[in-house]
Design a protein around this ligand. Structure first.
Ligand SMILES: [Zn+2]
Length: 247
């Protein structure tokens, strides 16, 4: 089955929506990922995960949304950002279009942590309208702790870099990779500041990136796809208008 919504006709889409009420929506960012990773890292990884899980589960995959809430990276060339409220409303309209076609469950594969606040706020609002939005983030999976150390899981670190090496290694320049321990701020532990990335790192890397490998990227990808496939099963049992703990 062709799962990419972008690659089927309205006729095929109609057949799908008559049979299934669930889709995968990859979202990410176009932003700096250190001197060695491509700007598209977040939406490229999200799309790859969604496509593989969609193929295994027979679930349709929307084209990825490539721009997100990335203003904190704005000092690095090539970073593109949209305001949080714009992002939220854009995703809302995408999901409400799907609702008109009968979709009631949307698994958002989010590749960029900065999008999470807007996505969860939107998900809560859409729940009362009878649409279940679940947000999946690969780097939150506890099993990744067995593959990567804490200092490797930061922005543009070895975990993200390894996934890039596995999925589109030609876009990674490991010769330019650096490790950088993020600076501490005198207000750490006292307040949340409107931080920019450059307040803490000059390279754009948070932590250790140079230990990345294609092999660990492949294992991380498989772990994440398995988890996402399980999530699709669980989501199909939930009714947004009923307590999640009752079936
Ligand atoms: Zn990223």
């Amino acid at each position: 089955m062709e799962v990419r919504l972008s690659h089927v006709s309205w006729k095929k889409a109609g057949e799908y929506f008559a049979a299934r009420d669930v889709v995968l929506l990859p979202v990410g960012s176009t932003e700096q990922h250190g001197p060695h990773n491509p700007l598209g890292t977040d939406h490229l990884i999200a799309y790859a995960l969604a496509l593989e899980a969609g193929r295994r589960a027979g679930v349709a995959v929307l084209p990825p949304i490539p721009f997100g809430v990335s203003v904190h990276h704005s000092h690095f060339p090539g970073t593109i950002w949209v305001r949080e409220e714009v992002f939220k409303e854009y995703v809302r309209d995408v999901i409400l279009s799907l609702k008109r076609h009968g979709v009631r469950r949307v698994v958002v594969v989010n590749g960029h942590g900065g999008n999470l606040g807007a996505l969860l706020s939107l998900a809560r609002e859409l729940r009362s309208e009878g649409v279940l939005v679940a947000v999946f983030q690969w780097w939150s999976l506890p099993a990744l702790g067995e593959l990567f150390g804490r200092e490797e899981l930061g922005h543009a670190g070895a975990a993200e870099t390894s996934l890039n090496l596995y999925l589109h290694g030609e876009a990674v320049d490991m010769g330019s990779a650096v490790d950088e321990e993020p600076s501490r701020l005198p207000t750490d532990g006292l307040a949340h500041l409107p931080e920019y990335t450059r307040d803490r790192t000059r390279s754009g890397v948070f932590g250790v990136a140079r230990t990345a490998s294609r092999e660990r990227g492949e294992r991380a990808f498989e772990l994440a796809v398995e988890a996402l496939t399980r999530l699709l099963e669980e989501v199909s049992k939930l009714d947004p208008l009923q307590p999640f703990s009752e079936r």
